[in-house]
Design a protein around this ligand. Sequence first.
Ligand code: MN
Length: 185
Amino acid sequence: MPLDAYRSKRDFKKTPEPAGDVLAGTSGRFVVQRHRATRLHYDLRLEVDGVLASWAVPRGPTLDPDQRRLAMRTEDHPIEYLEFEAVIPKGQYGAGDMIVWDWGTYELEETDAPAAAVAAGELKFRLHGERLRGRFTLVRTAGRTDDQGRAESGDPWLLIHKSDEQAEPDYDAESLPRSVKSGRT
Ligand code: MN
């Protein structure tokens, strides 16, 4: 089941995170969370057929087209995570604070089948967020697929911003520390 990996890592009596319900067929929203866990990273999540396909980006997303950012594929998260910000308590998976760093919608280019694009290891899309805008590519650099052709958790991908009108040399996500949802840091 799509959220099995997500649920198996968490104790919902102890974490404020949502257990999640899969909503069939909805796609098109995204969120980026700044997650101050053991290591600070940003989580990019794209809504794909009722779940959030997720990548952990250690250095954060950038609008600088000369920077390629490592994006490690992580387990699919529930739709409710689109609005999630809270402190995950000590001892729980991903312990640390998490804010909504950006959110909005994405538009696939060249295909309208996001799950197939994720499985194939290459997504080209346009982000319409409050901070992130313009054209991006997410491409798997190595990895395996499971027996249903799904990309596995833990695979390295690269997140690249195209050279477009939204490009900004030397863009650093860390210079924008506040939540777009609550203004919290
Ligand atoms: Mn994370």
